[in-house]
Write a protein that binds this ligand. Structure first.
Ligand SMILES: [Zn+2]
Length: 69
């Protein structure tokens, strides 16, 4: 069984699946908003080779321990 109503992924408003022309969105506007968000996310992904600041602090140097016997 499929639900008679679905929630719009963009605004969360419930709509009737059978009579929704822009399903799964409630309207064309919500559909465009979702597509726009998707494309913007795609563009927002930079190359991973971008210089990323290393926030990890340098490991403190441990004092040399003399070998014990
Ligand atoms: Zn909507």
């Amino acid at each position: 069984m499929s639900p008679a109503t679905v929630a719009c992924p963009t605004c969360g408003r419930e709509l009737e699946w059978a009579s929704a022309p822009f399903r799964p969105f409630c309207s064309e506007r919500c559909r465009l908003i979702d597509l726009g968000a998707w494309f913007s996310e795609q563009r927002a992904i930079p190359g991973e080779a971008a210089a990323a600041p290393e926030e990890a602090p340098p490991a403190p140097e441990l004092p040399a321990k003399p070998p014990r016997r």
